[in-house]
Design a protein around this ligand. Sequence first.
Ligand code: HEC
Length: 318
Amino acid sequence: MSLRISRKILSSLGILALGAASLGMGQPAAAVDWAKVPAKKIMMMYPAQVSWDRLMTPGRHSGRNKWIAGKNCLACHGNIDEHPLGDSLVHGEKFIEPTPIEGKPGAVDAQVKVARDAENLYVRLEFDPLKQPDAGMDKDFETKVTMMLDDAGVPEMTRAGCWAACHDDVVSMPRGGNENTKYTFESRKVAESGGIAIKDAAELEKLKGEGKYLEYWQARLNPGKKAVAADGIVLEKRAENKDPAVKVDATQAKGIWTVTFTRKLAGSGGHKALVAGKTYTVGFAIHAGHTAKRFHYVSFERTLSIDTGSGDFVAMAN
Ligand code: HEC
């Protein structure tokens, strides 16, 4: 009985959402009553050049052995270390930030809420980007908000969040003298030379078919302008979709940005199916002050589920 009722409510929500959109009464995000959804604070820190490779080099990172033994990054660092670590990394106190940006804050916090209706998953971030110097790297956008999402297709993401794709040889990293973007471990093989090489196209296609890639959503922002949506996948590189499936809606009031991502629950091509009962790993990042590449703030890994679950975020209908 109660199941039947909730299904009814869900489908009526879907109809309401459709009605509002077709009448041009608002953005899709308006389908959620955000006042009813609890927020979770997510701190994001400036990571400088601290890549996976650095963290996993013996003797460089005291968390390494315990991580290998099974303790996730969040378990040591989450909600504790983001500000102190970010503050020390952003000012180049250690050699791992060779080009510090004068006056840049070390961490940014966001209040994050998630919800669903019959058709969509909604993720909403509210944050103060703080006083940011203009780094002049991204001339087109002042601020970019990104979420990475995985459904256990990339095992390192489950345990280490975005660091799963962060390597020393990615552009703007210590050995990144090229245009390499983020990539997954499984997209690489040992080359004949003994170094690493990208797998063949057929193997990459197979990995993609098996869902062994990361998905990302991005909102590109300028004050007073309509937000631009982008999405794509990370496999052998970061590849953007021509027509993003994700929609973004952003407003700014008194400096505070409110950014909402909306994506259909149903999967397709490079979009993972979002289903109740499954646990997803997500990571958040913010590029502020016209920055690009690694000059962003990043979160440790979080879990997200739909309808039920004990993770960090549970998306429910309201
Ligand atoms: C067992 C606890 C533990 C785990 C698990 C752990 N860390 Fe750490 N981490 C530390 C401690 C302690 C430090 C500070 C001392 C140091 O740099 O070794 C640190 C330092 C760092 C720093 C600053 C880096 C630097 O070189 O100064 C970053 C960034 C970081 N950790 C990220 C991660 C990420 C990402 C993971 C997961 C892949 C992780 N940590 C797993 C305990 C841990």
